[in-house]
Every structure is written in structure tokens, then in C-alpha cells.
Design a protein. Structure first.
Length: 616
């Protein structure tokens, strides 16, 4: 797959919409269950329902601090990498990743984090050490591994930095992260399983209200007689009867309507008031007597019962609100999915693209059941309208394809993509493809006809050439036979003439050969190409001229052979002519110009002798 940069501005609605459905690198740790900031269960619920918690002011301050560190640390990272870095959001079609920076050729990426205790432990020294990358906490490595998977980069520079009191860069530490095949396999299989879990997600039922145990009156206090008498008047027994009746019969346990939620909220406030009233009665009683242990014990028991019941009701209220929110969001999502399925059924194939919907966003800020329901229904209607418009456009385009391209369906294997175009654009595209195909087909047929014509011509020429070659071979065979016969006849005549001449001149030839052999001691050349005679040719007379050549030893054997080219002679051959080297230059034998002149004379006489011998 190919890495593609998306034109999304961080923080924009389009960016949030992309992140809500994409397999993001920053979500990979939570998806794998290794994030220290979000559990897999929380992330699963967010992805299935689309409901995400609001960013708190404290979280926003942390985000802003991280963006400031990233801004200040980028020039330092560029210095380490040696290239400029550009922040971007990219996808390979399946996975997505946001990059703090990436090089122009996309071979090196950069990830920046706020320096903390775990990173100081993983990178103990302020040096760029390659070994630190494998020691980083795995939630950082999981994010960078998916970045490498998406972009195809070869390595990622990981920077951890802090700000000083003036808001400037304090500590800075770098290390290189290189792709890890094992981590990549975990991420790929993890996302596949996560998507299955999202598809099977069901909003859980509300947690049951906490069971409040029956109040148990404490044992009587040890009796201690006190001088004097205390007369205490209270209505705690009657109050207990009323309180228990309120808890058992009037307290709302499963709110469903807006009236139920409002009533339960008032009942919780009443319980809070009862807690305060009991505390006040205690203060009032204690202010009139130093010791009212029985009253205090009963009061404490009732206070605990009231408080536990209130806390359980508060939890019930919060859980029910969250459950109803999730139920309405999931209701909208299921209804819209069913609508898309019906549209695909109408179209005949699943041509419908992913139509944006934001049910989770539509209920933000809604406090009542009716407002939640209305918000989801409104968003569902808006999404259905948008989907219907797309389906209608697809239907028009499918009709156009059936009318214009019924005989050319093979040209439109990308039907699912092109039916999303505007009808006019699709019509232009269909006509252009058919016209192009017709031109290509005409050219193909013409080329085929030309090929057949050329094949026929080649076959005819080959047949004619074959016939002509057969005739030429027949003529050559006849001529060869005649030539052989004539040559045989001439050879026979020559042999007969030579034999007659030899027989006629045999006595003279034998006498000449005997005389010539007597003039030469050894006329036969040796097997060594560099040696011309077995013994020096003493019978060869040297010729001299008026000008004596130079006797200085200046010629190497290579110089002599260069002059004799294409003939050549060795040092041993020179010696056969009685010419010895006058000096040596390292391994080279040196001869004089006079010796070369003598060599030429001897060679000439020797060749003449051989010629005469051969002629004889």
C-alpha cells in the first residue's frame, strides 16, 4: 500500500471525524491494552458508541505544554537528522498516523514526548544512543511502530524534552527507533480483533443498586447511674418509620422518563437534607445533656442508613444517565446502518460509501431524556437524507451505465468508485472510455490485418527463396562435380608431367643437391622458433660498408624485435648467428647498432640460402 498525506488540520472537525473511525497510531497502545492513560475497555466503548469524555482544563494544559515542547524541540531534531521535518497526518489505506515530523522523502520520521521518569530511566544519558530505542516503554514503541507501518520510513528519531521555568527547552534526550517485526505483527492482529469486538459491542445494563443492609440497633450501653434525671423528648422512632417507608416504597430505583430523573434528583436532595437534620438534632440534644448515648447510637445508625442509601441512589442516577446516552447513540447507529443496508439492497450491490454521522456529538450538552432522543433522531434524519442523496445519484449513474455501456461492461471494473461521481462527469467518462476502446480496437484490427498480410508475404517470399535456393544448390552441385572432375584430370596430367621431368632430370638434380649440402653444414631449421641453426653459420660471408655502424650497446632485444616486426628473434637465436650481448641493463640484454646491421645481413643471406634450397 502507498503512503498518502491527508490535508487535515489538527483540532479541526474534519480531523476529529477522521480520528473517530480510523485505526490511529496514537490509539494503538490503548487498543493493545498497554496504555497507562486509557484502558482497552474504555477505548472499546468509545469506538463502539462514539462517545468520548470531554477534555478537562488540566488535560488541556498538558496538551498545550506538549505542543510547546514539540515546537521548540523540532529545530533540535532537524539538526540531529540533518533534514527539515514537516508535521502531517497520513494513511496507507488501512492504518492512520499523525507525525510530529517527517522528512521530504519520507524515510525518517520524528516523534516528540514530554520527558518523564520512565523516559529518564530508558534514556539515562543526554546522548543519541541507538540502543535506547528498544528500551523505551512499549506504549511509545507501539505508536512509533504503527507510524513506520503507515509511512514505510526506515527509522524514527524519538525526542523527550522538558520546559524550564521560563517556558524554554530544559532537558533534551534523543534516541533512534527502528521497526520491530514482532511489535508490528501484534499491532496488525490486535486491530483485527479490536474491530470484531467493536462490531459485537452491546451497551451493558445499568449496574444494580448497592444493597443497603438492614440497620442493626447497637447493644445497650453499660448502665451507669448518674445523679439527677434527664428528660429527653424526640421523634426518632416515628422518623425511622417514615424514613424506611420512603426508602422502600417511594425512592425511585429505575428512572426512565424525565419526570423520574427529576423526582429522583429531588429525593436525593431530600436525603441530603435528612442527613443534615439528623446532625443538627444531635447537636441540639447534646447541647442539653452531656450524655445521651442511646440517642446518639440510634442517630448514628439512622445517619449511616440515610447516607448509604443516598450514595447508592446517586450512583444509580449517574449509571442510568450514562446507559440511556449509550442506548440512544447505539439506537441511532443501528438505525442508520439498517438504512444503508436497505439502500444497498435497492441498488442491487453494496455501492453505498461510508456516510458521515455523529450521534455521539449530537447529544453533547443534552440533559434530559427527551432532548437526547430528539438530538439522535435529528442526526439520524440528517444522515438518512444525505445517504438518500448519494443513493439517488448512484441510481442515476447505474442507469447511465446500463444505457451507454451495456456492451462494454468489461471497461468498468471500477463501477463501485465511478458511480459516486456527478452524473454529468460519469456520462463524460463513459463516453470517453468507450471511444478510446473503439479507437484501440480499430487500431488492433488494422494491426492484425497488417500482420496477416506481412505473414503471407513472408511465407510467399520464403517459398520462392526456398525454390531458388534449391535451384542454386543443384547448379552448385553440378559445377562442383565438373570442377572436381577437371581438377582431377589436371592433377593427373601434372603428376605425369612432373614424373617425366623428374625422371629426365634426376641425375642433374641429385648432383646439385649433393653440391649444395656440401656448402652448408646444417641447412635444416631447429624446432625452437628463436633458433635458426644448430651451429653458427660459418659459411655465410659478412658484407661490410664504408660507414661502420655504432658499436655502443644501446639496443634492447625488444627494440630489435620492434624493427624486425612481424618477425622476431630471441637472445638464443642471436647467439646462433654469433651475436652476443655487449652489456646488461638489469634483466635486459643490450646490443649495438653494428650488431643489428650484421643481424640483418645474416638473416638476408640465410633466407636466400633457404630459397635456393627449396627451389632446388
Amino acid at each position: 500500500m502507498t503512503f498518502m498525506i491527508l490535508k487535515l488540520r489538527q483540532g479541526s472537525p474534519e480531523w476529529h471525524q477522521h480520528r473517530a473511525t480510523a485505526r490511529n497510531a496514537s490509539d494503538a497502545p490503548a487498543m493493545l491494552g498497554i496504555s497507562p492513560y486509557k484502558s482497552r475497555a474504555d477505548f472499546l466503548r468509545e469506538r463502539a458508541t462514539g462517545i468520548t469524555p470531554d477534555v478537562t482544563p488540566e488535560q488541556q494544559r498538558i496538551f498545550d505544554r506538549g505542543h510547546r515542547i514539540e515546537e521548540l524541540a523540532r529545530p533540535l531534531a532537524e539538526k540531529v537528522i540533518g533534514e527539515e521535518l514537516s508535521p502531517c497526518v497520513g494513511t496507507d489505506g488501512t492504518y492512520s498516523a499523525s507525525f510530529d515530523g517527517i522528512t521530504f522523502v519520507e524515510d525518517v520520521a520524528w516523534e516528540c514526548k514530554t520527558l518523564n521518569a520512565s523516559l529518564r530511566q530508558a534514556m539515562p544519558y543526554e546522548i543519541c544512543d541507538d540502543s535506547y530505542g528498544a528500551r523505551l516503554p512499549e506504549h511509545y514503541r507501539a505508536q512509533m511502530e504503527q507510524q513506520a507501518l503507515v509511512s514505510g520510513c526506515e527509522r524514527i528519531l524519538f525526542t523527550a524534552a522538558s520546559l524550564d521555568e521560563d517556558g524554554q527547552i530544559g532537558e533534551v534526550r534523543h534516541c533512534w527507533y527502528t521497526p520491530d517485526s514482532a511489535m508490528r505483527a501484534r499491532i496488525i492482529s490486535g486491530w483485527e480483533q479490536f474491530e470484531k469486538d467493536v462490531a459485537a459491542y452491546v451497551v451493558p445494563d445499568a449496574a444494580p443498586a448497592k444493597v443497603v443492609a438492614e440497620a442493626v440497633t447497637a447493644l445497650p450501653a453499660v448502665f451507669a447511674q448518674v445523679t439527677g434525671s434527664i428528660d429527653l423528648k424526640d421523634n426518632l422512632p416515628e422518623y425511622e418509620v417514615a424514613l424506611r417507608d420512603f426508602i422502600e416504597h417511594r425512592l425511585i430505583r429505575q428512572p426512565e422518563t424525565d419526570l423520574d430523573f427529576a423526582s429522583l434528583d429531588l429525593q436525593i436532595k431530600a436525603l441530603k437534607g435528612a442527613e443534615a437534620a439528623l446532625d443538627a438534632s444531635e447537636e441540639q440534644a447534646l447541647s442539653q445533656a452531656a450524655m445521651l448515648s442511646a440517642f446518639k447510637r440510634q442517630k448514628d445508625m439512622l445517619h449511616k442508613l440515610t447516607r448509604d442509601t443516598r450514595l447508592a441512589a446517586e450512583k444509580l442516577l449517574a449509571a442510568e444517565k450514562e446507559r440511556i446516552k449509550l442506548a440512544h447513540v447505539q439506537r441511532g447507529q443501528k438505525a442508520f446502518a439498517a438504512h444503508i443496508a436497505n439502500l444497498n439492497t435497492r441498488l442491487g450491490k453494496p455501492y453505498m460509501p461510508q456516510v458521515p454521522s455523529d450521534f455521539a456529538g449530537s447529544i453533547k450538552g443534552k440533559r434530559t431524556v427527551d432532548s437526547l432522543r430528539d438530538a439522535v433522531d435529528t442526526e439520524l434524519a440528517r444522515a438518512k437524507i444525505a445517504a438518500n442523496e448519494i443513493a439517488d445519484r448512484i441510481q442515476i449513474n447505474l442507469t447511465t451505465l446500463r444505457e451507454l455501456a451495456s456492451q462494454h461492461a468489461f471497461l468498468f471494473s471500477d463501477t463501485a468508485a465511478i458511480v459516486l461521481k456527478a452524473p454529468d462527469d460519469l456520462t463524460t467518462l463513459v463516453k470517453a472510455r468507450i471511444a478510446e476502446h473503439a479507437a484501440q480496437e480499430a487500431a488492433r484490427l488494422e494491426a492484425e490485418r497488417e500482420r496477416i498480410r506481412q505473414d503471407e508475404e513472408r511465407k510467399a517470399l520464403a517459398a520462392a527463396e526456398k525454390t531458388a535456393e534449391a535451384e542454386r544448390q543443384r547448379i552448385r552441385a553440378e559445377e562442383q562435380q565438373r570442377a572436381q572432375a577437371e581438377a582431377a584430370e589436371r592433377m593427373k596430367q601434372a603428376q605425369e608431367q612432373a614424373h617425366a621431368a623428374i625422371e629426365a632430370n634426376r641425375p642433374a638434380l641429385e648432383a646439385a643437391a649433393t653440391a649444395f649440402r656440401a656448402s652448408l653444414e646444417f641447412p635444416v631449421p631447429t624446432a625452437d622458433p628463436g633458433v635458426c641453426f644448430r651451429d653458427p653459420p660459418e659459411n655465410i660471408v659478412e658484407a661490410t660498408s664504408g660507414d661502420e655502424p655504432d658499436n655502443e650497446p644501446t639496443l634492447k632485444l625488444g627494440d630489435i624485435n620492434a624493427r624486425l616486426a612481424p618477425l622476431s628473434i630471441s637472445t638464443a637465436g642471436m647467439a646462433q648467428f654469433g651475436i652476443e650481448a655487449l652489456a646488461r641493463d638489469k634483466s635486459a640484454h643490450l646490443f649495438s647498432e653494428a650488431q643489428f646491421a650484421r643481424l640483418l645481413m645474416l638473416l638476408t643471406q640465410h633466407i636466400q640460402n633457404i630459397s635456393q634450397l627449396e627451389a632446388a
